[in-house]
Design a protein around this ligand. Sequence first.
Ligand code: HEM
Ligand code: NAG
Ligand code: NAG
Ligand code: NAG
Length: 493
Amino acid sequence: MRRWMGISTSISFSNVQLHLHHQKNCALPRRYHSAQALFPRSATTTAKMLIAILALLFLSLAYGVHHIISHQTGLLHQIFTQNIFTTLQLARLIGPPNPNDLVTLPDTIPDSISTSKISTAQALATQRINHARSIIDFSYAGPKLELEDRLRLRALANSRLVVAFGIDTSLTSSSVSVHKEFHKLANASISKSNADWQKLYEVSMNFLQREKIGRNSVHLAECVRCLCFVVVLVSQFEADLMKLDGSIVKQVTDEINTQWLKSKVNDGTLKRSEKLKRYLYTLFEDPEKSVVTGAAISSTQALGLIIPQYETLWRVVLLTYITAYHRQSDRRSLKKRVRDVPACLGNAAIEKEALKLAKEGLRLYPSNNSIYRALPGTGPPISADVQACHRYFDVWGPDALEFRPERFDNLTPLQEKAYFPFSLGSHKCPASRGFGNRIVTMLVVSMGRALSPETGKLNFRDAQLDDEVGTPLPTGRDEMENWSWDLVLVQRS
Ligand code: HEM
Ligand SMILES: *[C@@H]1O[C@H](CO)[C@@H](O)[C@H](O)[C@H]1NC(C)=O
Ligand SMILES: *[C@@H]1O[C@H](CO)[C@@H](O)[C@H](O)[C@H]1NC(C)=O
Ligand SMILES: *[C@@H]1O[C@H](CO)[C@@H](O)[C@H](O)[C@H]1NC(C)=O
């Protein structure tokens, strides 16, 4: 409990910010005493109330004006949503405080919120954001780099993937022709119509329904990995699911994960996986068992196309599904937001609300926590911390760690600048023009419907995660292996 002795406010419309200064334990200013003398006791109270109501109206107006003029700071909004302003406190703001009243303040209010403090913090965040952007768009290495040079810097930083998977793609090769060829193939699969989204949604729901058969508990990480792999197979290669052997999908995705984890250790023992090679041969080249018909593509090329899609999808889908469906309290707004999925997907006019689910998921849980680039000389690769930029309190507000798709209703210019889940500049992901958000939304919504919070309960097997629904989830690829969705047996009456 704190004693609120004196407070003064000033609302300046030049930069539309509310300044709040309150002093602790200061002597009561003289003018308060004289104001007290001006009014008899009861009249003072009535006057205070009147003034309070007027002030409330005035502040509401100021709030509106603030919103219309700019969404620069969000500060006023923060202060309002923190419920600092009860009528009583408003009376304190404008009238003489009664020294006998104790006012309890929420603990979240800092001792002083000053414009200069906020702009210093924002300036620091802006500096860090600019630094990250310069790494991602290659400007750190000099102005106007040639395509070859950009590819080389990126390929060097991603070289462990070549060893782990034997893939030769735009992300791992410095050859301009490989880059263009790869881009063309990726381009071909990302212009989808509404009908395609309907079909992919059905593939996804069928897969999940089958996963549930005969089980009381679904291993979430494994389930999502297989789901994403299957959907990418259909989306990129028109794979024939009738021919698809479920156990192969499980083994392929397991092996990719193992290789990825090994490649991070980087102790010189990393080798291409023979197992992975065999599975991929079966999937893409075996005359009897291949799931793609008439594909003029080697299994290595196929893997090169699958990795940037599959690897960027599975964790963000899992984390967004859990956060939106199992840890966010307001499920009604979620249901409304995604009501028209999948029919709305691909239709810019009606898909907007649903896609905010993916946008917010990719903010908190960007597929690439960091983006790596080599230095022009020698030395270890440098990295841009994408996740940090997506989470700065000074940019995103005090609720930066909360899952709130509605924040994308309008972003401030600084937030726009701090958000780059699909990279930046000339090497921006080709899926950034809509496909990425759509496929994440489609997958998350199918998960939410098939493994719904109404029919099952999430089990993290981790006391802290099981209890605290407000904290962000861990994002490491080996930190999700114990999580399951456990069927809740509902008694029918
Ligand atoms: C949520 C989904 C996705 C996310 C978050 C994502 C993210 C990214 C990021 C951050 C990069 C840049 C890496 C860098 O700058 O080093 C990138 C590049 C790339 N992505 Fe994606 N991606 C997603 C889905 C996809 C899909 C579905 C495809 C293919 C259809 C795809 C194909 C590519 C390709 C070809 C590149 C290389 C671009 C180039 O070299 O210019 N991505 N992606
Ligand atoms: C891929 O699509 C984009 C946008 O339509 C286009 O600018 C780019 O040139 C395409 N790349 C290739 C290699 O076809
Ligand atoms: C980063 O993005 C690229 C391109 O989508 C992808 O291939 C790669 O797997 C991502 N890195 C990680 C660590 O997920
Ligand atoms: C998963 O559970 C096992 C067995 O209880 C435990 O040893 C392991 O540390 C857990 N993994 C994670 C990431 O919590």
